[in-house]
Design a protein around this ligand. Structure first.
Ligand code: S3P
Length: 164
């Protein structure tokens, strides 16, 4: 069995879709952010503010390797920042990119205060988004549009891809 990895920008629905997919297919599920929080007993915002993004990325590389035995894995939006992570995912499974438009992300994360990289101005957010989506598209085995679509539809699309 190959692991199903969900990648995509913050707020693209990776955790919601991952959990729903795993429940529907009766598969084991983990979220790398949650794995890091539990392993280090710290919130992500605390890791960023106390130790910096570099330390978080090291924790993330390690977490991704350690969750290779899970069947469905939701990743953090920055997982594509490190080529080591891409190798881990390509070697071990299939990569699904959940695509949401920038406007949709802005709407979904309007009230969000928990994400350290979503605390800056709109230009920086857009730059990060544009830089990241090039990588998501490049490394995904399959890209799924999520704007205006129901959770069940998205889950079904992944299921169809796996079966075929
Ligand atoms: C990050 C995304 C977050 C989390 C951290 C960094 C990023 O995960 O890993 O705040 O660099 O895009 P979500 O994509 O689940 O919000």
């Amino acid at each position: 069995m190959r692991t199903i990895y969900l990648i995509g920008f913050m707020g693209s629905g990776k955790s919601t879709v991952g959990l729903a997919l795993a429940e529907k297919l009766n598969k084991t599920y983990v979220d790398t952010d949650q794995f890091i929080i539990e392993t280090h007993q710290r919130e992500i915002a605390d890791i960023f503010s106390t130790d910096g993004e570099g330390v978080f990325r090291d924790y993330e590389i390690d977490a991704l390797k350690k969750v290779s035995n899970y069947e469905v894995v939701s990743t953090g939006g920055g997982i594509v920042e490190k080529s080591e992570n891409l190798q881990t995912m390509q070697k071990n499974g299939l990569i699904f990119y959940l695509h949401a438009s920038f406007q949709e992300i802005v709407n979904r994360l309007k009230q969000d205060k928990t994400r350290p990289l979503w605390n800056n101005n709109i230009e920086d957010k857009l730059n990060l988004y544009n830089r990241r989506i090039k990588r998501y598209k490049k490394y995904a085995d399959h890209m799924i549009h999520t704007d205006g679509r129901a959770l069940e539809e998205i889950v079904q699309e992944i299921e169809n891809y796996i079966i075929n």
